[in-house]
Design a binder for this molecule. Structure first.
Ligand SMILES: [Zn+2]
Length: 442
């Protein structure tokens, strides 16, 4: 028996009517401690932690590496009910956010550990046994790094504060980074290509997307909304809308590598061609599966491909999907779950096949094609190559970084930072160290 949590599939600030669903995760009932906490991770709500982990500045301005553990005060941890479940916690109760974050992380790990074929081993296991998950309501981001997952909030112009702790997509995306580091490891600084950073973001988005597709309500809603015509705006295509970088991320986008050959500014932006290609592969495999099941005709499938670029064909396609969906909606659900599992399996196998040094999108495309050959004898080779070709992936490459210059070390990113990277930083003098220890209680 697993442990029950109450999870928002759509954050309440996106849709005021959304209420959390009761979900069972794999943690054996009764195994979780207050936090929630288990042998591999724990949630805490620090009091007075004003800065996120990563490279910080000391009181006199010297940069230093700030890593867990948090040794200061914390809020009362979330406790289970008498049976060991956490679904007694309601959104207005203290501890709900902590339980929600834990539930989302565990749910995402459950999905991806199945695809990967084994439990993930944290990339920081040399230094820490457990992942420290902290909720920082005053911080405007979310990040995973060496030993930590930190979840902040989005500050809206109208003054609203939207806690990412209630946003499944954001949390699952950060778990995506954890999975990539666990399977691939961290690149050597001099071997890190820009496309490696874009790859991190794209795959993390896909980890989140495919995890969300394991909520039956997501599948039902998406199909009700689109009748299976997934190129229409829907929950899947805009799944990362409420993330810290929502302005520049969408699974359904038209960016190609041609947009980045002369340089790039932000890895989330650079991730778009790869995310878009993988999303389109998922949709095409789904359509293919509908044809194979006799649910739509080949002619409709061909028209759907044209409608992506031709507005006039769109109404006709929608009409055909409406009719087909009304005839056999269960068949549509099965086809979509199949497509989800094929892409999930292929991505997990791709992670196992890749190495982080000198990684570019072309390597990703070649790995997926090779896996398709092994798994299905190349059943989807045409779909896969077409979608990568459309994005000029493997053909054109990201140019120089226009904002941060060359990345010659890990110090540019809290996520990629390793404890040994402190050797690159200047040494702090005694006085600053004392002032810092007073400030941070370390
Ligand atoms: Zn990210």
């Amino acid at each position: 028996m697993g442990t029950r949590f109450r999870l928002f599939v759509q954050p309440p600030f996106e849709d005021a009517r959304s209420s959390p669903e009761i979900v069972e995760v794999s943690s054996p009932l009764g195994s979780l401690k207050a936090g929630p906490a288990d042998d591999c991770m724990f949630v805490l709500e620090p009091v007075g932690k004003s800065r996120p982990y990563g490279v910080n500045r000391g009181p006199l301005g010297t940069p230093y590496i700030y890593l867990p553990p948090w040794t200061g005060k914390v809020l009362e941890p979330a406790a289970s009910d008498e049976y060991g479940n956490f679904d007694h916690l309601q959104p207005w109760m203290p501890g709900f956010e902590a339980a929600h974050v834990f539930g989302c992380v565990r749910f995402t790990l459950d999905v991806w550990e199945r695809f990967l074929g084994q439990p993930i081993v944290w990339h920081f296991h040399d230094h820490f046994d457990r992942l420290q998950i902290s909720i920082l309501p005053q911080w405007n981001n979310a990040q995973y790094g060496y030993g930590f997952l930190e979840i902040g909030s989005q500050f809206e112009k109208d003054g609203r504060v939207l806690p990412f702790s209630l946003d499944f997509d954001v949390i699952a995306h950060e778990v995506g980074h954890a999975i990539i580091f666990s399977v691939l490891g961290v690149p050597q600084p001099e071997a890190e290509y820009p496309e490696y950073l874009g790859f991190q973001e794209a795959v993390s988005d896909c980890v989140s997307l495919i995890a969300a597709m394991h909520f039956p309500s997501v599948i039902d809603n998406v199909l009700m909304e689109t009748r299976g015509n997934l190129y229409r705006a829907n929950r899947l295509a805009r799944f990362s809308e409420f993330s810290p970088h929502r302005q520049i991320r969408s699974a359904s986008n038209k960016r190609t590598m041609a947009d980045f050959v002369h340089g790039w500014k932000d890895e989330h932006e650079l991730s778009q061609p790869l995310t878009g290609a993988i999303f389109d592969i998922l949709v095409d495999i789904f359509h293919e599966s509908l044809v194979a099941r006799g649910l739509i005709s080949r002619a409709v499938e061909d028209l759907a491909d044209i409608a992506e670029f031709d507005q006039a064909a769109e109404a006709q396609v929608q009409h055909a999907f409406d009719r087909a969906f009304a005839r056999n909606s269960d068949g549509f659900v099965e086809a979509l779950l199949d497509a989800r599992d094929i892409v999930g399996t292929y991505l997990a196998e791709t992670l196992w096949a890749l190495a982080p040094d000198f990684l570019d999108y072309g390597d990703v495309a070649r790995a997926i094609l090779a896996i398709d050959r092994d798994e299905s004898g190349g059943q989807f080779a045409r779909i896969i190559s077409r979608n990568f070709r459309r994005r000029a992936i493997g053909e054109l490459h990201a140019g120089v970084h226009l904002k941060g210059g060359e990345h010659r070390s890990h110090v540019h990113s809290a996520r990629i930072l390793l404890p040994t990277d402190h050797l690159e930083l200047p040494k702090m003098n005694y006085r600053e160290r004392v002032l810092l220890s007073r400030q941070t209680g370390r």
